[in-house]
Design a binder for this molecule. Structure first.
Ligand code: LLP
Length: 421
C-alpha cells in the first residue's frame, strides 16, 4: 500500500495534491511520500520480529539525505556501496555502527574513510580486497569487522542485468571456495570475521531463489563454525520485488519473505541483516511530468513529455514498465487512446511505453509515473544537457524541496575552459 491516492478527482501524495507541487516546483519532479517510506520500513521490522535484526536501507535505490534521515531516525541502518553513499548516510546522522559497506571494488581510500568514521561491517567480495582492507586497518591500528559475500550460484529469475547470484556474475566469492577464503580472512591481522553476506539480485518476484540461497548460507554457517569461526551475523541482502502495475500478480509480501528467513536461518542464533532498497522506496515515489505535445504519427500517436530517459532510465535500460497515470482524473466515460509515451531526448530509446492505452491527454496535462521512487532520481543524468530535476518530500500536508532543480548556470558553470583556448 502507498499514500498516493485519488481524492476529489485528482492524485494526491498524502495530503498534498500533486498539481500543487507541480505548480510550485515545476516539472519534471520526483515526489516521495514519507508515510509510505516509513510504512515499508516497518513491514520488514515486523517480518523479522523476534529475531535480532537490522534493516539496512540500500542507499543506492534513493540516496537523498533527507530520505536517509527519515529512515535513519526510525532506526534503519544503511547499506552503502561507495564513499559517496557512506558520506550521505553520515550526513543524514546515521551512526557508523549501523552502516554496512558493500560493493565489489572498494578502494583503499574508501576503506580508510569508513574505518575512521565508524562502520558496522565490510562485506568483502574477493581475496585481494580482504588483503587490502587488512593492510589499511593495520596501518590505522584498528581491526575491521567483516563478512564475506558468497556467491551461492542460484538463479534469481529476474532481469539479467540485475541478477547477481550466479557463478558467472562478478559478485562475491564462490560458495564452494568460501571455507578457504574464511581461513585466509581469519589469518589476516586487520580483519575480524563476524558473519556471512549474500545478495542474489533485485526485483525477485519468487521466494524460491531466496530460500535456496539462504539454505546454502545456513549450511555454510555450520561449516564455518565447525572450522572455528565466530559467525554471529548473517547479511541476507536485498532484492524483494514490488508490484509495478496495479493489475498483475502481487509479488511475495515482506511477511512471507520473513518466514523464509525464519525457516532457513532462524535456528542459527544469528543477528539478521537485510538490505532492501526497492521495496522501501519504489512505490514511495512518483515522477511527475507534463505533456509538451501530442503528436499524431502514422498509425501511432506520441505523447511527448517533459521527462525523458535521462530523468528515469529504467524503461530504456531494462525495458521496465512504469504505470503512467493522469494527475487529474479524466471525465467519466472519456475514451482511452493508445499512445507511445516518449521524452524529448534525441534517441529512439527515449521511450517510456509503446501503444499504452491512456486517457486522451492534451498539451499541458500532468502525468505521474508510478513506482519511480527507487532507481529513479539516483540513476538520472544530464544527457542532452538537461539539468537534473528536483526531488520533493511530502509529509502529511507539508512538502519540501529536498534537492532543487540544477540551474543552467550551475550545469554549464561546472565546465572550465583551459587557459590555452
Ligand atoms: N544489496 C546489494 C548488495 C545490492 O547490490 C542491491 C541492489 C541491494 C542490496 C538492493 O536491492 P533491492 O532491494 O533494491 O532490490 N537499477 C536496477 C536495480 C539494481 C539493483 C542493484 N543492487 C533497477 O532499476 O531495477
Amino acid at each position: 500500500m502507498d499514500h498516493f491516492l485519488t481524492r476529489d478527482g485528482e492524485l494526491w501524495a498524502e495530503d498534498v495534491p500533486l498539481s500543487e507541487i507541480a505548480a510550485a516546483v515545476g516539472t519534471p519532479v520526483y515526489v516521495y511520500s514519507s508515510a509510505t517510506l516509513l510504512r515499508h520500513l516497518s513491514l520488514f521490522d515486523e517480518a523479522l520480529k523476534g529475531m535480532p535484526h537490522l534493516v539496512c536501507f540500500a542507499v543506492k535505490a534513493l540516496s537523498n539525505v533527507a530520505v536517509l534521515k527519515l529512515l535513519g531516525e526510525e532506526g534503519a541502518g544503511m547499506d552503502v556501496v561507495s564513499e559517496g553513499e557512506y558520506r550521505r548516510a553520515k550526513a543524514a546522522g546515521v551512526p557508523g555502527e549501523r552502516i554496512v559497506f558493500s560493493g565489489v571494488g572498494k578502494t583503499r581510500g574508501e576503506m580508510r574513510t569508513a574505518l575512521l568514521g565508524g562502520i558496522r561491517q565490510f562485506n568483502l567480495e574477493s581475496e585481494p580486497e580482504m588483503r587490502a582492507l587488512s593492510e589499511v586497518a593495520t596501518s590505522l591500528g584498528v581491526v575491521a569487522p567483516i563478512a564475506i559475500r558468497v556467491n551461492p550460484d542460484v538463479d534469481a529469475k529476474t532481469h539479467a542485468k540485475i541478477a547477481t547470484g550466479k557463478s558467472e556474475n562478478k559478485f562475491g566469492i564462490p560458495i564452494a571456495k568460501a571455507r578457504e577464503a574464511y581461513r585466509e580472512a581469519a589469518s589476516l591481522p586487520g580483519l575480524k570475521v563476524v558473519g556471512i553476506d549474500v545478495h542474489i539480485g533485485s526485483q525477485l518476484t519468487d521466494l524460491a531463489p531466496f530460500e535456496a540461497a539462504y539454505r546454502k548460507v545456513a549450511e555454510l554457517t555450520e561449516a564455518l563454525r565447525a572450522d572455528g569461526h565466530d559467525i554471529y551475523r548473517l547479511d541476507l541482502g536485498g532484492g524483494l520485488g514490488i508490484p509495478y502495475t496495479r493489475s498483475n500478480e502481487v509479488p511475495p509480501l515482506p511477511s512471507e519473505y520473513g518466514e523464509v528467513i525464519r525457516r532457513t536461518v532462524g535456528h542459527l542464533d544469528c543477528e539478521i541483516e537485510i538490505e532492501p532498497g526497492r521495496l522501501i522506496a519504489g512505490n514511495a515515489g512518483v515522477l511527475l511530468s507534463r505533456v509538451i505535445y501530442v503528436k499524431e504519427g502514422e498509425g501511432r500517436d506520441f505523447l511527448i513529455l517533459d521527462a525523458a530517459m535521462n530523468d528515469l532510465v529504467r524503461p530504456a535500460m531494462y525495458d521496465a514498465h512504469h504505470d503512467i497515470v493522469p494527475v487529474i482524473e479524466p471525465a467519466p466515460g472519456a475514451e482511452p487512446r493508445a499512445f507511445d509515451v516518449v521524452g524529448p531526448v534525441c534517441e529512439t530509446g527515449d521511450t517510456f511505453a509503446r501503444g499504452r492505452p491512456l486517457p486522451a491527454f492534451g498539451e499541458g496535462d500532468l502525468v505521474a509515473f508510478r513506482s519511480a521512487g527507487a532507481y529513479g532520481a539516483v540513476m538520472a543524468s544530464e544527457y542532452n544537457s538537461r539539468p537534473l530535476i528536483p526531488e520533493v518530500l511530502v509529509q502529511r500536508d507539508q512538502f519540501a524541496v529536498i534537492r532543487p532543480r540544477t540551474s543552467y548556470d550551475d550545469m554549464i558553470g561546472r565546465d572550465s575552459i583551459p587557459a590555452w583556448l
